[in-house]
Design a protein around this ligand. Structure first.
Ligand code: PFF
Length: 459
């Protein structure tokens, strides 16, 4: 079979739409607001912003650079840097970059399925006239139902496969050109609506007035983990998207663009959610249920207009999720088709099908298989169900490890002349700062996130 040709983005703008699409997802709109709510508002936001600047941007630049320099998907890219004995060891990093996104895809597509389920159910009025406690019950019924979750997970993987199968130009680019502007418009409409009807000033204070006494090592590590996930680092998505960049595009500019847009969306999601949550007095509105339990109550209280905004909100989440799932499937599909193993469409179908099967187990982790603890015989994993084990290894262990190793790879292993050339900044101060960060601060800092992820050092 003939190997597929490596393609390129039509412009730096389409790259930005796609990379921001990958970064902006459930992490920004679902997870960020509830973690902020649970962890001291402004203090968390402040630390988060600092981490995006000192860890996030340098790592985005690093991953984009590897992809762009090699013009190959992640595994091939890392393999292409050399053939020495030491380099053979680095290939493990390539494999990890290839597999981590698929691990994430299995649980991410289940939650993406919930958002589709909620969009449809809000539209058909299933959440109208909610009685006390009913919203929580509906959410728990969903978690308890393997069939409902598997159905919506199948829809979300199906959409993802259909997009990725069509290739870079007619699949990925076309979809982000529609979904990303729609996402921004919906988000702005929701923020405007929330600021007119809700308690905007309180949200502003909540998000931007840091209570410094709340800054603890645990908070810092939590913010770092969140930033990592939110920026799609350590998981092949950014690297593969970087590989479709042409040589004339500035990597530092693209990295800064992605980081700013991603952070901006996370903050806006807070401003879409907190004002209405505050003004409706649903005070204990935190945790994963913030979006799936509390918001339907609030939307219901607002009558028909709430129903419209409810549909918009869950569509927003679904769009954000789909532009992320396509970036999770793309690394493997690009690898298989560019190595000539399968045509792209088949590669997308087979990979999607394989991970759909794993997704079924994930969807059953909260119900039929909730008492199955695959690694329960090891103390650390005691009580973790299948979903939690997959999430732990892909998001807490290997994703973070990839970030740390990629910094070491660039800082210490590959030729500095190549790095200088790819960054296109000469030996400027910015380059020197970036290089210092990547050599020292990033690996050491990320090591702490990694150790905390495994051993929970911050308690
Ligand atoms: N950045 C996405 C989010 O915040 O929801 C999640 C994600 C997408 C992580 C793609 C990793 C990835 F490769």
């Amino acid at each position: 079979m003939q190997a597929a040709k490596h393609e390129h983005w039509t412009s730096s703008f389409t790259f930005l739409l796609a990379a921001v699409g990958s970064a902006v997802g459930l992490g920004n709109i679902w997870r960020f607001p509830y973690i902020v709510a649970e962890n001291g508002g402004g203090a968390f936001v402040l630390i988060y912003l600092v981490i995006v600047v000192i860890f996030g941007i340098p790592l985005l630049m690093s991953e984009l650079m590897i992809g762009r320099s090699a013009q190959k998907p992640p595994l091939s890219a890392i393999q292409s840097f050399g053939t020495t004995r030491a380099h053979k060891l680095w290939q493990a990093l390539g494999w990890s970059y290839l597999l981590v996104p698929l691990g994430i895809l299995t649980f991410y597509s289940v939650v993406a399925g919930w958002t589709l389920d909620y969009a449809v159910n809000t539209a058909i009025g299933s959440f109208n006239n909610l009685q006390d406690g009913e919203s929580a019950k509906i959410f728990h019924t969903l978690l308890a139902s393997p069939g409902e979750q598997i159905f919506w997970m199948t829809v979300s993987i199906g959409i993802t496969v259909a997009i990725v199968a069509r290739g870079l130009k007619s699949g990925l680019e076309k979809s982000v050109e529609i979904l990303m502007p729609a996402l921004f418009v919906i988000l702005i409409v929701l923020v405007l609506y929330a600021s007119f009807t809700g308690d905007f000033m309180r949200s502003l204070r909540f998000m931007f007035e840091p209570d410094f006494s709340k800054i603890t090592p645990k908070l810092v590590l939590l913010a770092a983990g969140q930033a990592f996930f939110s920026l799609s680092l350590g998981s092949g998505a950014i690297m593969v998207y970087g590989s479709y960049l042409t040589k004339d595009i500035s990597i530092p500019k693209m990295a800064v663009g992605v980081a700013i847009a991603d952070t901006f969306v996370a903050l806006l999601a807070g401003f879409a959610i907190f004002p209405i949550v505050f003004s409706f007095g649903v005070e204990n509105a935190s945790g994963p249920g913030l979006v799936f339990v509390t918001l339907p109550i609030v939307f219901n209280d607002m009558g028909w207009i709430g129903q419209i905004f409810g549909v918009l909100f869950f569509l927003l989440l679904a769009f954000a999720a789909i532009t992320s799932t396509i970036s999770l499937l793309e690394p493997m599909v690009a690898e298989l088709s560019e190595r000539g193993k399968f045509k792209r469409a088949r590669a997308a179908l087979y990979t999607g099908a394989a991970f759909w099967v794993v997704g079924i187990f994930v969807a059953m982790s909260s119900n039929i298989l909730k008492d199955v603890h695959p690694l329960g015989f090891i103390g650390r994993f005691h009580g973790m169900n299948i979903e939690q084990v997959i999430e732990f290894f892909s998001a807490n262990v290997f994703m973070v490890l990839n970030g740390m190793l990629v910094a070491i790879f660039i800082g210490w292993s590959i030729k500095r002349s190549l790095t200088l050339e790819e960054m296109g900044m000469g030996g400027s101060v910015v380059f020197k700062i970036w290089f210092l960060l990547v050599r020292f601060l990033v690996p050491i800092g990320v090591l702490f996130i990694f150790l905390d992820g495994i051993f929970n050092i911050s308690g």
